[in-house]
Design a protein around this ligand. Structure first.
Ligand SMILES: *[C@@H]1O[C@H](CO)[C@@H](O)[C@H](O)[C@H]1NC(C)=O
Ligand SMILES: *[C@@H]1O[C@H](CO)[C@@H](O)[C@H](O)[C@H]1NC(C)=O
Ligand SMILES: *[C@@H]1O[C@H](CO)[C@@H](O)[C@H](O)[C@H]1NC(C)=O
Ligand SMILES: *[C@@H]1O[C@H](CO)[C@@H](O)[C@H](O)[C@H]1NC(C)=O
Ligand SMILES: *[C@@H]1O[C@H](CO)[C@@H](O)[C@H](O)[C@H]1NC(C)=O
Length: 584
């Protein structure tokens, strides 16, 4: 993808600027309110010419601003500012942030105005730009989570720093809108939600509860999920995740902190769907759905609702959750979820004071047929959900075949913990049994003084990439972790077994050099690969979050819970794909 300037865009297609009257009728597939107060409404779409078109409607008759920022900062940001004067004349131009107190108009104007109109209530501006312009003062629109920056004033004297200004994470490179899919003629609805939950007076709450899936006598397919947000509470509910549980007989009842004192509230780790503030409904491709009503299917889910009660408002009662849509009209294939990444427990660690520390987890799928109990058909992957906790800054999932890199399956270099959502791949991809899947996560721990270990709490870390695929097989997860003894030895510590290895990394004097050495050792180390199945009697849908039922590496003195359900083996550093630094 090369950068392109506005001049070539103008050659491509020229739309005359409509600078009065009604906005142009544009068919833009995606839309969302950018803020909880619904002042900013954004429509957008992108095309094969790498052009993104926007329509921004703002509840003001003053100036409006919209653009891109690196980390929510003004320094280095790329902003368009426009409006309609009381006499009907318009202004519109491309700016950039010089520092936190100054913005400057760009010499190269790379936002093309399509229309700019105003009525008594709203200012509506339609414009477009290339994903990558040639101007170093602009920011690229990428497949990463974007940090949008937007502002408005109440009159047409542009005072950017005096206006109301907000920042929001949004993923713009959506590929499918739910309207693009077939709707079944029979559709049933079922709500997975909290009932009159008293939201604590805390900035952040992760409320978890276990809910049965719909009980049906015959097989049905869940084909769609949509948010149910208690009206007016939109700013309170930050994100929602739904995880599948296996046939687990002892799930706790009630609602509790997902990652608090009772570890059972973190059971069931197989993500089925993720929704984040600003998101809409999500529908699976026409070929596939989640099977319910057969013995192999999950019976329960864990609902995790993340609340942000930043204003510490007491007495809030909430009934939010996810509505699922299911149908007896079966699709050709059952959907499966393959969890890949770093095996969380017990050896994943991230040193403190790291600006960008990378962890690697390898899935070697050459044992899939054996673990599955029957030949595994090719996995048709259509979507993904990336997951780390608060220190995560990026996740990348790379596919290898016969030691050669095949492709980046998915990547987000601007990961935002608060925007965990199911995303579609642009094109379905095939994973063949025998392929390797390497997940690389970047973490930032500059604000931490101690080691961050892998674990279910939000202050512990995870590095996961959930791949949504069809047709379903028996395998639920395939993850890897580096040989901790090797890492400890590379750091100059003695370790005769993995447990000593874990204790040894706590003895290291962390500075930027030892952080780099640890990262290199973790990258070079052999990986121990753990494959788990959806074992209905052994509830292997719960996974690495479960400290009592998950798999253990040999040598730690802990037994694997089910002999058929878990396979462990090492891969050697010499045959392992060497990182993922070159793009396919
Ligand atoms: C959330 O909704 C309830 C009504 O269900 C309302 O009483 C409460 O004030 C709302 N909270 C916010 C922050 O709007
Ligand atoms: C679920 O577990 C119960 C108790 O262990 C068992 O009786 C039942 O057959 C299991 N169901 C399936 C579908 O395996
Ligand atoms: C799952 O495993 C069983 C054996 O335990 C096997 O008969 C069945 O074919 C497998 N299912 C799939 C979809 O591969
Ligand atoms: C590494 O360098 C950065 C920037 O100089 C610093 O903020 C950080 O604390 C250092 N990390 C460690 C572990 O010393
Ligand atoms: C994956 O496992 C197979 C069989 O154990 C082995 O031959 C192959 O080298 C492994 N791949 C990597 C990258 O280690």
């Amino acid at each position: 993808m090369s950068c392109l300037s506005m001049k070539s865009l103008l050659f491509l297609l020229s739309i005359p600027c409509l600078c009065s009257g009604q906005p142009l009728p544009l068919a833009l597939r995606f839309s969302t309110f950018l803020d909880a107060a619904k002042v900013f409404h954004l429509h957008w779409d992108h095309d094969e010419n790498e052009v993104m078109t926007f329509e921004l409607r703002v509840r003001t008759t003053g100036w409006v601003a919209f653009g891109f920022s690196l980390h929510g900062k003004i320094t280095g940001s790329d902003i368009m500012i426009g409006g309609v004067h009381p006499d009907g004349s318009t202004y519109f131009s491309d700016w950039h942030g010089v520092n936190e107190k100054t913005i400057e108009e760009d010499e190269s104007q790379d936002y093309e105005l399509l229309s700019l109109t105003e009525d008594k209530t709203y200012t509506t501006v339609q414009f477009r730009r290339y994903l990558r312009t040639c101007d170093p003062n602009d920011l690229d629109i990428t497949i990463d989570t974007q940090r949008l920056i937007f502002a408005f004033g109440i009159d047409d004297t542009v005072q950017f720093f005096k206006g109301q200004r907000m920042v929001k994470s949004l993923f713009l490179m959506l590929v499918q809108s739910p309207d693009g899919y077939k709707q079944p003629s029979v559709s049933l609805e079922y709500d997975l939600k909290l009932n009159d939950f008293a939201v604590p007076v805390d900035e952040t709450t992760y409320a978890c509860t276990f809910i049965p899936l719909p009980i049906v006598k015959t097989k049905h397919h869940i084909y769609k999920f949509g948010p149910i947000i208690t009206p007016r509470n939109i700013s309170l509910v930050h994100h929602i995740l739904v995880y599948a549980c296996g046939n687990h007989s002892v799930l706790p009842s009630g609602v509790s902190d997902c990652y608090g004192a009772d570890p059972d509230f973190a059971l069931c780790s197989q993500v089925l769907v993720g929704w984040a503030i600003g998101g809409g409904s999500y529908q699976f491709p026409d070929e596939t759905g989640i099977s319910v009503g057969t013995p192999l299917d999950p019976k329960y889910i864990r609902l995790e609702v993340h609340y942000s009660n930043f204003d510490l408002i007491p007495g809030l009662i909430d009934n939010s959750g996810i509505r699922l849509y299911y149908t007896p009209e079966l699709r050709p294939y059952d959907m499966g979820v393959l969890q890949t990444g770093v095996f969380t427990f017990p050896v994943h660690f991230i040193p403190p004071g790291a600006d960008d520390y990378k962890s690697y987890g390898l899935c070697n799928s050459s044992q899939f047929d054996e673990v599955n109990g029957a030949p595994v058909p090719d996995l048709h992957v259509f979507g993904y959900l990336l997951h780390t906790h608060l220190a995560g800054r990026g996740v990348k999932t790379v596919q290898y075949r016969n030691g050669e890199q095949v492709r980046f399956i998915c990547e987000d270099r601007m990961y935002d913990f608060t925007l965990q959502e199911t995303r579609d791949l642009k094109n379905e991809i095939i994973i063949k049994p025998g392929d390797e899947i390497l997940v690389e996560c970047s973490f930032q721990t500059l604000d931490r003084t101690g080691i961050t270990f892998g674990g279910p709490s939000t202050l512990n870390e995870m590095c996961l990439s959930f791949l949504f695929y069809y047709p379903r097989n028996n395998i639920s997860s395939c993850m890897g972790y580096p040989d901790i003894q090797y890492i400890a030895q590379q750091l100059g510590q003695e370790a005769s077994d993995p447990m000593e290895g874990m204790m040894a990394v706590n003895m290291v004097d962390w500075d930027n050099d030892t952080v780099k050495s640890a990262e290199k050792a973790a990258k070079d180390a052999d990986q121990i690969v753990v494959i788990k199945t959806i074992d209905v009697s052994n509830f292997f849908w719960s996974g690495q979050d479960n400290p009592t039922g998950g798999a253990r590496a040999p040598g730690l003195g802990l037994a694997a819970a089910g002999p058929e359900a878990v396979t462990l083996w090492s891969t050697s550093a010499t045959t392992r794909p060497s990182g993922s630094n070159q793009k396919a």
